[in-house]
Design a binder for this molecule. Structure first.
Ligand code: HXC
Ligand code: NAP
Length: 293
């Protein structure tokens, strides 16, 4: 099975102009690369302009597409409005906002300062809200239609998770915003959807969530029923579909792409996976014989 194949036909995103927050690294960069390959123009934005410019150079060289670097800290609404205006002036218009920028680290919650908690909420929830509001207001004011907002959340947006509480709190808010606006802004021709990825190794996430030898101690692939982590192209395929016209009737959805990881933690008897095949015969006999007494 070749799950790293590129899914959509060439030119599937030709004519689309896309803004990817946090597009200079990790999953944002992987999605940007595929969007460029499919013919879209992409504006990538984050705090570090040098990193963005290097990514633009690399991806334009690899894909022959048109990519723009725009500096912006999504925590500040004035910067987000300026980023939107620059994206519109460079690309002519914007069709898709991909809220991908995030901050995260592991910590027992009682060890966090109020500012540490705020920092994550500000990047993830307030940042996604700032971008959504700035682009949404613009599209509605200009009466532009056929727009898409795609938010990157996580599966712990609905399960919650210990030791990443600010991130879980913020991602839950982003998910609520996705579903709420899917209904409210549909009348303006704006769709809202989300992707909840399971483990997709990136430097940004792994250095902060599995520092030091935690990478070896906690092999995340073992938590996944499919026994592997995700490939960036798999996520890029899903994102490309969700920002393309092929998904025009998908609205308010969160699509999980995690190899079954979160459900494995949720099902009460999933732990029985540890029982070897031979033991099942004995167990069946024991249960059946009890039923006969
Ligand atoms: C406790 C910490 C901390 C830590 C920072 N702080 N790191 N507290 N444990 N490990 C505290 C600081 O002491 C400070 O509080 C406050 O947080 C802000 O820290 P700064 O370093 O000043 O913030 P800033 O420079 O804005 O950097 C933000 C950041 C950083 C989030 C802390 O890590 C960052 O830039 N991250 C961006 C990329 C990222 O995180 N990517 C991973 C996404 S992965 P005080 O009180 O001292 O001022 C992801 C995956 C989820 O979301 C699912 C995976 C399976
Ligand atoms: P990453 O490479 O660290 O990406 C995070 C990006 O956000 C960086 O490019 C960073 O760029 C940008 N960013 C951080 N703070 C910002 C701010 N204040 N303003 C603007 N941009 C900011 O990590 P990743 O793994 O690719 O994560 C991408 C997304 O996937 C995130 O939403 C994450 O929660 C989600 N996710 C990842 C995984 C996984 O396994 N990797 C799993 C579930 C969900 P700068 O530092 O230049 O600002």
């Amino acid at each position: 099975m070749n799950y790293t194949q590129k899914m959509l036909r060439d030119d599937a995103l030709r004519g689309k102009n896309i803004v990817v927050t946090g597009g200079g690294s990790g999953l944002g960069k992987a999605m940007t690369k595929y969007f460029l390959e499919l013919g879209a123009q992409v504006g990538i934005t984050s705090r570090n302009i040098e990193k963005l410019q290097n990514t633009v150079k690399e991806l334009e060289g690899e894909t022959g597409g048109k990519c723009f670097a725009i500096q912006c800290d999504v925590r500040h609404y004035d910067q987000v409005e300026a980023m939107r205006d620059e994206a519109v002036s460079k690309m002519g218009s914007v069709d898709v906002l991909l809220n991908n920028a995030a901050g995260n680290f592991i910590s027992p919650t009682e060890r966090l300062s109020a500012n540490a908690f705020d920092t994550i909420i500000d990047i993830v929830l307030k940042g996604s809200k700032n971008c959504t509001l700035a682009f949404g207001k613009h599209w509605i004011d200009q009466e532009e239609k056929d727009k898409t907002i795609l938010n990157i959340v996580t599966t712990y947006a609905w399960t919650g998770s210990a030791y990443v509480v600010p991130s879980a709190t913020a991602k839950a808010g982003v998910l609520a915003m996705t579903r709420s606006l899917a209904v409210e802004w549909a009348k303006y021709g704006i769709r809202s959807n989300a992707i909840a990825p399971g483990p997709f190794p990136t430097k940004g996430a792994w250095d902060r969530l599995l520092p030091g030898d935690l990478k070896e101690k906690f092999d995340l692939a073992k938590k996944v029923p499919l026994k592997r982590v995700g490939e960036h192209q798999e996520l890029a395929n899903l994102a490309a579909y969700l920002v393309s016209d092929f998904s025009a009737y998908v609205n308010g959805e969160v699509i999980t792409i995690d190899g079954g990881e979160w459900l494995k933690g949720a099902g009460q008897f999933n732990i029985l996976e540890q029982i070897p095949e031979e033991l099942w015969d004995q167990l069946e006999q024991m249960i059946k014989s009890k039923g006969k007494k």
